[in-house]
Design a protein around this ligand. Structure first.
Ligand code: VG1
Ligand code: CO
Length: 543
């Protein structure tokens, strides 16, 4: 077994607070860059004797090379066993499911999630702990600190193993089992949803278009929807994971999933459309000529959860990230269950799920999930919707409209300003934070401000505090604007502006979101000086 010594330059400089490392492929191709992160992780983790590690990724460029390197380093660390997805493939929710089902001590996911792939795109690596969820901040911070000190990497000099054939091989005494990436996950889905009802739905001619965006969701969607549930061949499009995602940006929103939206807007549109992201933890659900906002999707699932076998006994509670709309809170209130508001990022749901305080969780960024794993789960959300459509006989649109009728519509949009020079973004956020104390009680751009703060979260389970999680400006009528900088972008800074307005009046539910939110856009600019500080006249993306 070889022992290499790293150059002294500190490498894997992940942004503090993010759950892993996400960088341009060119950065990852630097000598020992990936190795630095993995060694830092292994140095921070306890001894691996007798333990199992789960390993796989979304199939993007560099996935296979990275898998082989990590296998060699896992052997040097002394793991008893590694479960690796066939072809190096495992979706993020599948890694979570496999960790939980096998009692593995953790798992490594190779993905930059919704970021583009290929030689000019991004690569990423993250670690999930024994509960199947993203490593908490104390682990990622320790890895980051270690990455600045680590001097040597421990790595086996064994040759590559065959990743495409199922079965078990050994490397320096460590057992490596190449597993079917779908099997464990499919079993979990079978235990949650009424597969017979969904089978009948498809047998009755229901048409779904699932766009896997040439990313890792394809094999899962094909096996479960077409293989098991009888959806006709061709239901899943872009279903083979490609190293560059075929040039698509696997971030399922109406802008990037343009082709799906076009199909769903056509005269002969299918009954339902869906898409997932690079690592298949996100989902977008679309009705016929009807786009569903992710915040509404979470609220619909919560409202009807007891119609689905896995949630028949009801929900312990629900949780949403702070910028996600308040639609699910309104449902929770009517159901008499708790709703929690957490900072952005799935890791904040982990404790609530582990403690049995929340059953369903969601984010406005097309992420929905539940206590079945500790990650958001794209195909799970689509199956949940299919189950609801099957047992209620209602369309996607009807289910959302029913929600609006009962609770009012939370008109919602997110405006992203991408690739802003970091210094300008920091100036903008600093100025905004400085202005906060003077805002309540004032009228800005015609909006009466009731309240303004920088969101701080105290975890109700372990008491840990996460501060500076986003600036919120709330109006007297409950409308709000939230500002935060992205932690996942890899080019400059991305400013996210989240806009929400509650519309109780049913005669106005069809109003176009951007039109309804225009006053809030003006407010956002007046308090944050977005146009003048960024030089951008309009957002790069509106979802
Ligand atoms: C974004 C989303 C956030 C999500 C995160 C990871 O983070 O806003 O809701 O949890 O991506 O999603 P940020 O910091 O860029 O706003 V994934 O599918 O990339 O793991
Ligand atoms: Co993702």
């Amino acid at each position: 077994m070889a022992l290499l010594t790293l150059p002294t330059t500190p490498f894997s400089d992940q942004k503090p607070g993010t759950s892993g490392l996400r960088k341009k492929v060119s950065v990852f191709l630097q000598k020992n860059y990936l190795e630095n992160f993995v060694q830092s992780l292994f140095d921070v983790l306890p001894e691996a004797k007798g333990q199992t590690l789960v390993l796989g990724g979304d199939g993007r460029f560099h996935n296979r090379v990275a898998v082989q390197t990590i296998l060699r380093m896992a052997a040097a660390k002394g793991y008893a066993r590694v479960l690796v997805g066939q072809g190096g493939i495992l979706s993020t929710p599948a890694v979570s499911a496999v960790i939980r089902a096998t009692g593995a001590s953790g798992g490594i996911v190779l993905s930059a999630s919704h970021n583009p792939g290929g030689p000019d795109g991004d690569f990423g690596i993250k670690y999930n702990i024994g509960n199947g969820g993203p490593a908490p901040e104390k682990v990622t911070d320790a890895v980051f600190a270690r990455s600045r000190e680590v001097q040597s990497i421990h790595i086996s000099d064994s040759p590559d193993i065959a990743l495409d054939a199922l079965g078990t091989v050994f490397m320096d005494g460590m057992e490596i089992t190449v597993i079917d990436p779908v099997a464990q996950y499919a079993e979990l889905m079978r235990s949650l949803f009424d597969f017979d009802a969904i089978r009948k739905l498809f047998a009755g001619g229901f048409r779904l278009r699932y766009d896997a965006m040439n990313a890792v969701g394809g094999p899962y969607a094909r096996a479960i929807l077409e293989g098991e549930l009888g959806a006709p061949a061709g239901t899943v499009v872009n279903g083979v994971p490609l190293e560059d995602f075929g040039g698509l940006h696997p971030d399922p929103n109406p802008v990037n999933a343009e082709d799906l939206i076009a199909h769903m807007s056509a005269e002969d549109a299918p009954d339902m459309g869906a898409a997932s992201d690079g690592d298949a933890d996100r989902n977008m659900v679309v009705g016929r000529r009807f786009v569903v906002s992710p915040s509404d999707s979470l609220a619909v699932l919560a409202a009807h959860a007891t119609l689905v076998p896995g949630y028949r006994s009801g929900l312990a509670g629900v949780a949403r990230s702070m910028p996600t709309s308040t639609a699910v809170d309104r449902v929770a209130k009517a159901l008499g269950i708790a709703s929690y508001e957490t900072p952005t990022g799935w890791k904040f749901f982990g404790n609530l799920l582990d403690a049995g305080k929340a059953t369903l969780c969601g984010e406005e960024s097309y992420g929905t999930g539940s206590s079945h794993v500790r990650e958001k789960d794209g195909l799970w959300a689509v199956l949940f919707w299919l189950n609801l459509v099957a047992v209620t006989g209602k369309s996607v649109e009807a289910l959302v409209r029913e929600l609006w009728t009962q609770y009012g519509r939370c008109v919602y949009s997110r405006h992203d300003y991408e690739a802003i020079p970091t210094a300008q973004a920091d100036t903008l956020m600093r100025g905004l934070r400085d202005a906060l104390p003077g805002l309540p009680g004032t009228t800005v751009a015609g909006c009466d401000i009731a309240f303004a703060d920088d969101f701080s979260y105290t975890d109700p389970v372990d008491g840990s505090v996460s501060s500076k999680q986003g600036v919120r400006v709330v109006l007297k009528d409950g409308s709000r604007v939230v500002f935060r900088l992205s932690g996942t972008g890899t080019e400059g800074a991305t400013l996210r502006v989240y806009l929400e307005r509650h519309e109780p009046d049913a005669s106005r539910h069809d109003i176009e979101a951007q039109t309804a939110l225009r006053p809030l856009v003006e407010l956002a600019d007046a308090v944050a000086h977005i146009r003048s500080l960024t030089g951008m006249g309009r957002p790069s993306v509106m979802t």
